[in-house]
Design a protein around this ligand. Structure first.
Ligand SMILES: [Ca+2]
Length: 108
């Protein structure tokens, strides 16, 4: 019985940790959608995989630029807006307003 309780506690702790990470990411996605309602922000906008798993969250150039402008847990969106992360000649702000992917040069 005691062993089952410990296993249950470990399972709850693991679920809480995973859910916490997912909610943090979703909060950032919501922040983006509030600032750019026409953007089509999703996991694949910043990550190389559409559904990245924890520990395998490789980012594209836009995701890398987001990490560069992050200071004290906050993102400097003004700096991010001016960048052209994927190098396609269209600024991140213009891509986010148009709903194209700022991390994919084939999307502009
Ligand atoms: Ca671009």
């Amino acid at each position: 019985m005691k062993r089952n309780s410990l296993a249950s506690l470990a399972l709850v702790a693991a679920i809480t940790l995973v859910a916490g990470a997912a909610f943090a990411t979703m909060d950032l996605q919501k922040e983006f959608l509030a600032k750019y309602p026409d953007s089509k922000m999703k996991c694949g906008s910043c990550h190389t995989k559409a559904m990245p798993k924890k520990g395998d969250a490789e980012v594209n150039k836009f995701g890398a630029d987001m990490n560069k402008v992050k200071k004290d847990g906050k993102y400097d969106f003004a700096s991010l807006d001016k960048m052209d992360s994927d190098g396609d000649g269209v600024s991140n702000a213009d891509e986010l307003k148009k709903g194209t992917n700022p991390g994919d040069p084939a999307s502009k």
